[in-house]
Design a protein around this ligand. Structure first.
Ligand SMILES: [Zn+2]
Length: 448
């Protein structure tokens, strides 16, 4: 089922030509890499750390030699301290690739993949990745989140040409890694709801193939959290495929909309605040996303307790603030460089009163069709909270070093952070935003 979808995704993906996800793939990984990456006769350089070398690198090296691949000396970073996605690391890998005239093969999860991806992108040459943990959906995506000059940005670079992901290796990785991937995959629930709303409002049409690639397997992939925590390989197949499909869907749609909505902005903002950066390993992307996902799922519950079909559009449009008023609020809500970013991003989705009437009119008039789609897409926040807990992912703000009030204060920042239109914007345009956030954190709420 998912392999068939992976084939369809690869056929449409911009950068990726070969994806192998399954059990027991390592002994054949060298042939896959040789056929898919090394056809022009260049040698390969494996890039790993001490952990991923033991988990997969040595086996990939052996298999590559058996497949007749030409290998240069591998670059193996120490297992400790944990490798950071710093630009200097990517430069280091880039220089080694250039000096040796080789193509990069990343052996690892997030950071190692990002470093080799960026290094290869700067040399304008393809690379391969052999995944070692089901920790995030960036394996098969483009772009590399990187710290450069002290700030974290996503640097543009193509996705891998070849992806090999042995499910048994992922099942043997530390349990926190799959819990993180589970958190990242759970985001597809509220993110899909955001896309439904943006599509219905006429802001951001749904790309049917990208939608299907991400959404069709999510429920199943999330259905076995306890078995993931126990390292049962069968349970990893859905998670690994789901994460790979999510990255491929971003290639198909040429953007991140299929895989992320407002829940990811909570994570990005906390990342900019360096939340958990001093832990070793640092607080993972998927753990921050898990709390953002629960926050957005609870927001949706409160949002859907209201009846959009009965909204008084005249009154809503009368109350709609001018751009100057919005800009003043952004200045009061955001801090530092995020003020300018918030102004630029929010301006893109801001409409005047006439535009607001059209946009919200579309949602109101079609609400009897939209509402059941949202109900089908979403799941109760408490159920998702239980599942995240069984997977070993965070379920409360305190689990990632925040208070409920910190999360509450992130809501308006998440709304202003990106131009992407989400339920946060719909609620604000309807005049519901503040009361929904208050309601969520009142007694009886998810985290009160
Ligand atoms: Zn993510």
């Amino acid at each position: 089922m998912s392999n068939e979808q992976i084939d369809r995704a690869v056929a449409k993906a911009k950068d990726t030509d070969v994806v192998e996800v399954g059990r027991g793939l390592l002994p054949d990984s060298g042939r896959v890499i040789a056929d898919g990456l090394l056809r022009q006769g260049k040698p390969a350089m494996l890039v790993a750390d001490g952990n991923t070398w033991d988990a997969a690198g040595a086996a990939v090296e052996r298999s590559s030699r058996e497949a007749g691949a030409d290998l240069v000396e591998p670059l193996i970073y120490p297992a400790k301290p944990t490798l950071y996605a710093a630009y200097e690391r990517a430069e280091e890998v880039r220089d080694r690739l250039r000096e040796t005239g080789s193509l990069g093969v990343a052996i690892g999860s997030g950071t190692l993949n990002d470093i080799v991806k960026l290094a290869s992108g700067e040399l304008d040459q393809p690379y391969a990745v052999v995944g070692t943990a089901a920790s995030m959906d960036g394996y098969s995506g483009f772009g590399a989140p990187m710290t450069r000059d002290g700030i974290k940005i996503t640097m543009p670079c193509p996705a891998p040409k070849v992806v090999v992901f042995d499910v048994e290796v992922a099942a043997g990785a530390p349990t926190a890694m799959a819990a993180s991937g589970y958190g990242d995959l759970s985001a597809k629930i509220p993110a899909g709801a955001d896309w439904i709303l943006a599509d219905a409002a006429g802001v951001d049409p749904i790309d049917p193939l990208a939608w299907e690639l991400v959404q069709s397997g999510v429920r199943e992939a999330l259905s076995r959290p306890a078995e993931l925590a126990a390292g049962v390989p069968d349970a990893f197949e859905g998670l690994c495929s789901g994460l790979v499909l999510s990255g491929l869907a971003m290639q198909v749609a040429q953007g991140t909309r299929p895989a992320s909505g407002a829940e990811h902005y909570f994570s990005h903002l906390w990342e900019l605040d360096h939340l958990g950066a001093d832990q070793d390993p640092p607080l993972s992307h998927g753990f921050k996303v898990a709390i953002g996902t629960l926050a957005m799922t609870a927001f949706y519950e409160a949002f859907l307790r209201r009846d959009l079909s009965r909204v008084d559009l005249d009154a809503v449009v009368d109350r709609w603030p001018s751009w100057e008023q919005v800009a003043a609020d952004i200045n009061a809500t955001m801090t530092g460089p995020l003020i300018q970013k918030g102004l630029n991003e929010t301006k893109e989705k801001y409409v005047d009163a006439a535009g607001l009437r059209v946009r919200l009119g579309r949602l109101r008039d079609a609400w009897s069709d939209i509402r059941p789609r949202l109900d089908q897409q979403l799941m109760p926040a408490r159920e998702l909270q239980r599942m995240l807990g069984e997977a070993g992912a965070p379920t409360r703000p305190e689990d990632i070093g925040l208070t409920a009030d910190d999360v509450r204060q992130t809501f308006p920042r998440a709304m202003y952070y990106r131009s992407r239109y989400t339920v946060l914007d719909v609620a604000r345009e309807l005049g519901w935003f503040d009361e929904i956030v208050t309601e969520m954190f009142a007694p009886g709420g998810l985290w009160s």
